[in-house]
Design a protein around this ligand. Structure first.
Ligand code: FE
Length: 209
């Protein structure tokens, strides 16, 4: 229901994000390779986005200037990063790549994902129909399984929020956006926030929403 997606959470269970970060750190430490990270990481992310009570409100704010990407956590060795993407009504990304693996889970609302394939002469063609991802669903990208897509908010009147995990400090990577004709532009996305949520104050663990 649209009305529940707008619920303001005043006292988030940030411990859920800490537990996710700890589990994900263990996974990247022990995984045999990308397939295991995508498989087990998707399971962990599905758990995280399965309950919507932990994302602090300031990292859920949309902007009329464009979609927001808030860094929630960066691994100290930059093996992975966790980001909340907030899409205002009607907002969408250009066609873009990632250059590393990425796992995306829908926390609030819904998103359309259109995948693209690159032709031998460098153009981009739609690969299949757009997929509508609903709250709780998880998808993945990477140079090995398909790295080009465009994402948009599926809701016309409400923000949508997805939680992304990438195999690097994604906001610091040099990546590319593309026109369908293959024209490209490199970019480094950075992040929308300058402060990050405090995952580590364990005295707050007993706070209940
Ligand atoms: Fe993407």
């Amino acid at each position: 229901m649209a009305s529940t997606q707008q619920t303001v959470i005043s006292s988030p269970r940030i411990s859920r994000l800490r537990e996710f970060v700890v589990a994900f750190g263990n996974l990247v430490e022990t995984a045999s390779g990308e397939p295991e990270i995508l498989r087990e990481g998707s399971r962990l992310l599905a758990e995280l986005v399965g309950i919507d009570d932990w994302l602090p409100a300031r990292y859920a704010e949309s902007s009329v200037t464009g979609y927001q990407q808030y860094l929630l956590h960066a691994d100290s060795r930059e093996r992975f990063s966790v980001v909340s993407f907030v899409w205002g009504p009607g907002q969408k990304s250009p066609i873009h790549d990632h250059t590393v693996w990425g796992i995306v889970g829908i926390l609030r609302g819904a998103e359309f994902e259109q995948s693209y394939a690159r032709t031998s002469d460098g153009r981009f063609v739609e690969q299949g129909a757009p997929v509508r991802l609903e709250k709780g669903e998880v998808t993945a990208v990477s140079p090995t399984i398909g790295d080009f897509h465009r994402v948009s908010n599926a809701l016309e009147d409400l923000p949508s929020i997805s939680i992304h995990v990438y195999g690097a400090n994604i906001g610091a990577l040099k990546r590319s956006i593309y026109e369908p004709d293959g024209t490209s532009k490199t970019f480094i996305s950075g992040y929308s926030n300058i402060e990050m949520p405090n995952l580590w104050d364990r005295s707050r663990d007993t706070s209940v929403v």
